[in-house]
Design a protein. Sequence first.
Length: 355
Amino acid sequence: MSAAPVRSPTLRPHRMKKDESFLGKLGGTLARKKKAKEVSDLQEEGKNAINAPMNPSTVDIHPEDTLLEENEERTMIDPNSKEDPKFKELIKVLIDWINDVLVEERIIVKQLEEDLYDGQVLQKLLEKLADRKLNVAEVTQSEIGQKQKLQTVLEAVHDLLRPHGWTIKWNVDSIHGKNLVSILHLLVALAMHFRAPIRLPEHVSVQVVVVRKREGLLQTTHITEELTTTTEMMMGRFERDAFDTLFDHAPDKLSIVKKSLITFVNKHLNKLNLEVTELETQFADGVYLVLLMGLLEDYFVPLHNFYLTPESFDQKVHNVSFAFELMQDGGLKKPKARPEGMNMLLGIKRRIRTL
């Protein structure tokens, strides 16, 4: 009778180790998930603490924006403001303007914060607009070098703007810190001062969240930053002359001056069987201004160079711009008025008087 086969004992300890290893991994995974959730909850709590006291709307604040030193503050634009069509239009108009000015420098700006913060583009822009050379290093890689260049550029800007009453709403730290609101304030001021041939959207404002750290606690306020007003108001500080004095101190004599100007204009336009009765409206599209220049300079203006019956705003701006070019060709200084001005009385009064 053969003996029964001997069975190998079950290696339960090995299985227990396997189970322990599985539980250990499971426990480690749960611990990591728990830690990650705690971090996420902490960040969410921080965001809620920032947003809740002052504004019920949700503002997407990056975690690093809450890492502030005592008494330090940081600003950010409310995302809803960034989606405002007028805000987007303002940025596009300014970028297109900068690229147009710097086309010969082969500089292309795509994003204002990233392309202007180090002072390189601002230097080239100011040099081109002011027709002057700044004594700064061409290329600076270090933060110290960039801020030194910015300091020189902004001092030159301030020397130009302060005499005209501009409130300076930017500084080296805000520009270098890529503060878009400060950059926009600076560019709008430059565009207005140098009478850029662009049409800035009016009444553009943004909601700005200001985060400050006081006694270890984060405090927030929400303010409205006005970036543009009306074209007349923005240009007004640069357009003061004898006519403005007349408006302010002797408005009763305005009708006499207007009558004299109309008499002068009609003396020439009557040769084409044209007559002006209202300077403000009839010169707004630039047609009479172009024809007047041709009559005064004794040449025929080809009809294909301007719109004889302009229908759109752009066509009217083209006519006025073309008339200004004819003035400069005739030896007059570059007109200070903006072709985009819909009320051309303040724009043409000086030109007609000079002619």
